[in-house]
Structures are given as structure tokens and as C-alpha cells.
Design a protein around this ligand. Structure first.
Ligand code: AMP
Ligand code: MG
Length: 484
């Protein structure tokens, strides 16, 4: 047992009804070696990890040594994966416990890749180094883009191999989340038809994430509405920065509204709503532009799981559920419109705004323009994209846009708004791949450089110009894998 590193465990999930989890320890690994430790995050959590050696950190974040106060468990959940309902659960993860920071904020500390559990199905319970470093960098990038997300505290090599298409280095990621409650967690309890536990779970989720709803008349309805609001904000935010989650199964949709489960995700360069990176997403179910509809589809599964708590009368419950889910479309459209207004520096409301947004999307698509750099161009006139800039329709559009901005009361405010909403740096796919392939060979320098670039995504930095470029044409067809 490791003591006194600032860990302050207060484990509540372990006290939920027994069906919700299986108590078990991570399975020890052969030769843990620290690859990366997020010291800034550790400090913000109140952990004193700099005091101990890399070897000791590796023991902790491989799960070989447990920290005093932890109460490890694997969570049970279900999920619709590509539309098919499956019993899942933490098949390769262990929740060490819930840490309270100095502000009494509660954080799940979870090891991913920590060995088999009763939920592993045919999997080996392990993870490979590349995908764990990928989750590390992308989740940190999303965080610094000001989008709610789980975060990454450490990656440890296990000293063991994992067998995928080839033999790969095994690794464990330490994931920090405000919780690991998923839509799939509710689906699991609903599938068991255990209404008492369903009620307990609603109360638990409200207490943990939406304490302002404790007095709500119908807690299930209140919870649903709150989750829907956060999910809409989240998906709109992803689209703001060109993020494609890639595997929006219901088990990967968090009740807290954080981005979770970074598998085949990636950032779109050229604007195309059909952009898909995942090698297994043959029909584009989770394409960039399908994310809003899939969000609604997942939330429909969420409200279905809450059905027994909506009303005793089945007909009434059905009506409540329908009304709630139909409302998504308007709420989403409003949030999306606001986001686009921010990106374009539109402060007042003008009749032409919606049309101008649509026109810009069409122009970017027609000219295969880089999404991120197009918006930055509007701010600083740099990063010229020849094809777009030479398009006579874009020249007209830009002139109209400039005229439109003059309707704002204060041009300085518009400029500030655009700076805040349009990143300069996103983790470009070819840069991520380059960093990961070097890291897999034992050279972390490019990975660390990239970690640095993503920390200030909204600040221009002439020394990092190279990171603003989309992949060269020869490297454009980018595929991602489910990351096991
Ligand atoms: P994901 O695609 O990461 O959301 O995982 C979907 C489900 O598969 C979850 O229940 C995971 O715990 C499980 N899973 C993924 N990889 C493995 C593995 N290597 N061994 C066991 N379970 C796994
Ligand atoms: Mg998952």
C-alpha cells in the first residue's frame, strides 16, 4: 500500500447496489515503466507525485501497488455499438477510486488496460502503447480547446506484449473523469428491469453532476433534460473545432457531458460533413456531420432507459419521452447557430447570418478548404488557401461578411470572440501519427513537442507554424483503428 501522496479517496460507486460493479484489483504487470506523467494535472488534483521516483509512479499507475484508500472495481454497463445492443462493462479498466481535490471536486481515477475482468468477453483486458498515448494527447488537446473531457494523468508501459495484428508494447493509461457514468450505465440497469436500482442511479447521478436538481419534481425528467443540454453543448463544441469522435456508441456517452473514450477519433482538415476516419465505420454512422443526429439517437436510448420513472401510466410516459427528445432539434440548432456566430464574430442578430453560414460551408466544401485555417484566415488574413481565396464567390462572401461585421457595435469585441472560438492549433492527424510512431520506438521527443503545442491552441506562435498545416496531399487518406 502506498500512502501520503495527496490521494484523498472517498469511494461512493462501490456502495451502489451490487449489480453495478465487480470488486477486483488490477492484474499486476511484469515490468512497469513510466512513459509520461501529467505533472500539471497531478498538481491541480493536489497529488504530490513529483516527490517520488519514476519507478514508484510506474508501480502506482500500472496498478502493481495500490494506494491507501482505493477500492478497485470494474463497472458494469451496456451499450448500443453501431446500433446493436450489447452487454459490456469495463473489460480492460479498473476504477481505483474517487479522489476529492482541495475544492471537494470528485474525480474518478481509472486505469485503462489493467487486465481481464468479468466483462472482458473475448478481449485480453490489455491496451497497447500507441492507442493509450493517442488518448493521452487527444484528450489533453480537447481539454485545452476548452471542451469538457476526461483527462490523462499517466501512461505506463507494462513490459508485456499485446497481440493485435502484430505484437505491440502493452501500456496502461490513467484516466481522470468527473465520473464514468454513461448512458450505457442506465441501459444496463433498465435491461435488468431493476427499478429500485434505476431510481438509486438517477439520484446518484444528480447528486454527483447536477446537485441543483435534487429538489426536482420528476428527477428522471430533470436529469434527462440536463444531460441533453450538456451533450448538445459538447457535440457543438466538437464541431466547432472539427473533431470527429468516431465511436459515439451509447456506452461512450457520458452523463457528465465530458468527451470520453478516445478510440478512432481525429480532427477533420478539409471541410466535408461526410468525413469519417474509423476503419470500421463503413456507412459513416459517426461521420463529422452525423454527430448531431447520433447525439439525439443516443439520448433517445437514454430516455427509453428512464421510461419506468417518467410516469406510472405508460401512454403518458411515452408522450413525455417523445416531447423531450423532439425538443433536441431546436435546442441543437440554437446552440449550433450561436457557436457559428461566435466563430464568425457576429454579435448582433442579422437576417442574413444563417444564409452566410450555409454559403461559407458550401464554399469550403467546394474548394476543399481546411476548416481550421479558413476561420483563422478570417481573423488575420494569413494562411492563404489559394483555391478558396481565388473563388469569385468567396471574394463576394468575404466582402459581405466584412460589411456584416460592421453591424456589430464594437469591432474589438468581434475580434476577441473569434480569437476565443477559432483555434490556431489542433492536433493534426499526420503530426499525431508521427509522434506516436516515434514514441512506439522509444523516442518521445516529437510526442512531447506536440503535447506542448496543444497547450495553447488559441495563441498564434510563429515558431510552431508547421503544426498549422494540414497533411500533405500524399498523406490525406487517414484511417484510425478502434484503438485496442
Ligand atoms: P471501447 O471501444 O473502448 O468503447 O470498448 C468497448 C467495450 O469493449 C468496453 O466494454 C471495453 O471494456 C471492451 N474492450 C475493449 N478492448 C478490450 C480488451 N482488449 N479486452 C477486454 N475488453 C475490451
Ligand atoms: Mg467505451
Amino acid at each position: 500500500m502506498i500512502k501520503n501522496l495527496g490521494f484523498n479517496f472517498d469511494n461512493t460507486y462501490a456502495d451502489l447496489p451490487e449489480i453495478m460493479a465487480t470488486k477486483l484489483s488490477p492484474i499486476a504487470v511484469k515490468k512497469p515503466k513510466l512513459v509520461i506523467l501529467n505533472k500539471i494535472l497531478a498538481k491541480s488534483l493536489g497529488l504530490d507525485l513529483s516527490k517520488i521516483s519514476d519507478e514508484q509512479n510506474a508501480e502506482i499507475f500500472s496498478g502493481n501497488k495500490l494506494i491507501e484508500g482505493s477500492s478497485p472495481l470494474a463497472q458494469a454497463y451496456c451499450g448500443h455499438q453501431f446500433g446493436h445492443f450489447v452487454m459490456l462493462g469495463d473489460g480492460r479498466a479498473v476504477l481505483l477510486g474517487e479522489h476529492l481535490d482541495s475544492n471537494k471536486q470528485r474525480w474518478d481515477i481509472q486505469l485503462k488496460g489493467s487486465g481481464k475482468t468479468p466483462y472482458s468477453r473475448s478481449g485480453d483486458g490489455r491496451a497497447a502503447l500507441g492507442p493509450m498515448l493517442r488518448e493521452y494527447i487527444i484528450s489533453e488537446a480537447i481539454h485545452f480547446l476548452n471542451i469538457p473531457t476526461t483527462r490523462s494523468l499517466a501512461v505506463v508501459e507494462t513490459g508485456e506484449e499485446v497481440i493485435r495484428e502484430t505484437k505491440l508494447k502493452g501500456a496502461i493509461l490513467t484516466r481522470i473523469a468527473s465520473s464514468h457514468l454513461r448512458v450505457g450505465t442506465f441501459q444496463f440497469v433498465a435491461a435488468k428491469q431493476d427499478i429500485a436500482t434505476l431510481k438509486t442511479l438517477v439520484d446518484y447521478a444528480i447528486e454527483r453532476h447536477y446537485p441543483e436538481l435534487i429538489q426536482a419534481q420528476n428527477k428522471a425528467v430533470a436529469l434527462f433534460k440536463a444531460v441533453m443540454k450538456r451533450q448538445i453543448k459538447l457535440i457543438v463544441n466538437w464541431m466547432r473545432v472539427s473533431f470527429v469522435h468516431g465511436v459515439m456508441n451509447t456506452d461512450n456517452m457520458s452523463i457528465s457531458g465530458e468527451s470520453i473514450d478516445y478510440g478512432p477519433c481525429a480532427f477533420m482538415d478539409q471541410y466535408d460533413t461526410k468525413t469519417v476516419f474509423s476503419s470500421i465505420d463503413h456507412y459513416g454512422r459517426y461521420a463529422y456531420g452525423s454527430q448531431p443526429v447520433i447525439g439525439q439517437w443516443n439520448l433517445a436510448r437514454f430516455i427509453e432507459s428512464l421510461f419506468p420513472l417518467l410516469d406510472k401510466d405508460e401512454k403518458k410516459a411515452e408522450k413525455i419521452a417523445n416531447d423531450l427528445i423532439v425538443n433536441y432539434e431546436d435546442l441543437f440548432a440554437k446552440e449550433f447557430h450561436e457557436m457559428m456566430k461566435n466563430k464568425l464574430g457576429m454579435i448582433s442578430d442579422e437576417d442574413q447570418d444563417k444564409r452566410m453560414m450555409r454559403d461559407l460551408f458550401k464554399l469550403m466544401h467546394k474548394n476543399q478548404a481546411d476548416y481550421t485555417n479558413t476561420f483563422r484566415y478570417l481573423i488575420n488574413g494569413k494562411f492563404p488557401q489559394e483555391k478558396l481565396l481565388n473563388d469569385p464567390d468567396f471574394i463576394i462572401w468575404e466582402a459581405e461578411w466584412k460589411k456584416r461585421l460592421s453591424k456589430n457595435q464594437n469591432s474589438e469585441d468581434a475580434y476577441k470572440l473569434m480569437i476565443k472560438n477559432n483555434p490556431v492549433f489542433i492536433p493534426r492527424n499526420h503530426k499525431v501519427e508521427e509522434a506516436l510512431s516515434e514514441a512506439e520506438k522509444g523516442n518521445l521527443s516529437k510526442f512531447l513537442l506536440l503535447c506542448n503545442v496543444i497547450k495553447k491552441p488559441y495563441d498564434e506562435n510563429v515558431n510552431q507554424e508547421d503544426y498549422t498545416k494540414p497533411a500533405p496531399a500524399s498523406d490525406r487518406i487517414y484511417k484510425t483503428y478502434c484503438g485496442t
